[in-house]
Every structure is written in C-alpha cells, then in structure tokens.
Design a protein around this ligand. Structure first.
Ligand code: MLT
Length: 239
C-alpha cells in the first residue's frame, strides 16, 4: 500500500525524499485555492514565480499578472491572491494565461521540484485530488506552504482531510505527522470555519478585509479538476 506523509513546512522538505513520490502542494489561504479557482474560471495555465519582478515582466508576453506579498495585492499587477479575483469579472480571465507570485504558495511549488509529480491541492478540489492519487497509487507527500516557514493550521487540516479520504487505499499510520493531521481534522471538521477563526492567517486576512475568502476556500469539492505543475506551468489535467 502506498504511504501518505505530510510535510508541515517547506523548511522541512530537506528531510523528505520526494523522488518517486507525488507532492501535493497546498496553500489553502489562499494561493492553491486561487489557482484552482483560476483554472475553473477558464484560465488556460499559470506560471508561478518566486520573484515579483519576474512575474510583472510576463505582462509583456500577454500574461495577466497576479501577485501577493504579506496578504496584499502587490503594486502594478492585474490581480491579487483572492479567488474572487477570478470570479468577480472585474478582470476578464477566460482564455488568459496568468503569471503568479505569492509569499509562500509559489515557493512551495518550486521547492517540490524533486517529486515525480506535483499536484496543486485545496479543499475546493479535494475529491478530485483524492481520486487522482488513488489512480496513481504512488507514495504521496502533502507539502504545506505554511507561513514564512512556520506551521499553519489550514494546510495541515487539508492534509488531514486528504488522509481521511484516502485511509482505505493509503497507509496513513506510519507517519506521526499524518496521524496528527488526521486528529486535527477530526477535531476541526464539525465546524471548520469556527475552528479556523483562531488561525494566524485568518486573523491576518480579516485585518485586510478579506473575510469572505476563508469561507470560500474551505468549501469542499467545489471544482472537479486537478492542476499539475510540470515544465514550469500549472495546467488542469481535465483541461
Ligand atoms: C501565500 O502564498 O503566502 C498566500 O497564499 C498568502 C495569501 O495571499 O493569503
């Protein structure tokens, strides 16, 4: 049976051997939720960048630019990091490609490069990701983007939710990280929104008046798509 492990922060990635495994990169609030929403809204593909200047420069190649630093939209770009930027129609996104950079999420994607495959996970596409992993039948490491290297509740909860869905098909008992995430998920699932009100990034987002983002990002199975990051691009497998 393949194993499912959880890396609580990109800083811990050097302790993991991703070769031969699938990395599920998650930044529930909000990078991977926004990426899933972008693809569901007709964006053709996204190119993640670590540096703001590189992201901005992609406008010259016809890309929409999306950039966030410390929770705020960066200067001189088309979109921030709210999933509603892809839904509200202010910036038409259908048929466009997006260059994106965020504080933690895009970094976690790049740091997972050693994996055999990199999948973008969020509560919004939890079921689709679980089905895809079942089909692949390979060892999985959930890579939590965290916040500037620190552990965060929301990404760990995603890891627990994914492990709960895959318990029949994956070994979710060999890793203390997975066991802890499963316990956290069991405690939080009955009232996930209430539970997450205590989390540091929800407090940060509320301060930035992005209250509605958390309620949206914790919806399960909103979109039936699996974004994969390969050859420098994030594209939907179902695209
Ligand atoms: C990130 O990548 O750091 C986040 O998604 C931050 C955010 O925009 O909420």
């Amino acid at each position: 049976m393949p194993t499912l492990d959880i890396c609580f922060s990109p800083e811990l990635l050097p302790l993991f051997d991703l070769k031969g495994k699938v990395a599920v990169v998650v930044d529930v609030l909000r990078a991977t939720s926004s990426i899933v929403t972008a693809l569901a809204s007709g964006v053709t593909h996204l190119v993640p960048f670590s540096e703001l200047a590189e992201c901005r420069a992609m406008a010259a190649q016809g890309y929409l630019t999306a950039a966030e630093r410390d929770g705020r939209q960066a200067e001189g770009v088309d979109l921030g990091n709210s999933p509603f930027g892809y839904l509200d129609g202010v910036v038409p996104v259908q048929g466009r490609a997006v260059a994106i950079t965020t504080t933690n999420g895009t970094r976690a994607l790049h740091l997972s490069a050693a994996a055999d495959g990199i999948v973008v996970g969020a509560f919004l596409n939890l079921g689709a990701v679980a089905d895809y992993l079942r089909r692949l039948n390979k060892d999985v490491v959930v890579v939590c983007a965290g916040w500037k290297g620190h552990f965060c509740l929301e990404d760990t909860l995603f890891g627990g939710a994914l492990a709960a869905r895959l318990q029949a098909d994956f070994d979710t008992t060999h890793s203390d990280a997975t066991l802890a995430a499963l316990d956290l998920w069991a405690a939080a699932a009955p009232n996930l929104a209430g539970y997450l009100l205590r989390s540091a990034h929800v407090r940060r987002l509320n301060h930035l008046e992005a209250h509605q983002d958390m309620a949206f990002c914790i919806r399960e199975d909103e979109y039936n798509l699996v974004p994969v990051f390969r050859d420098g691009r994030i594209e939907s497998l179902n695209h």
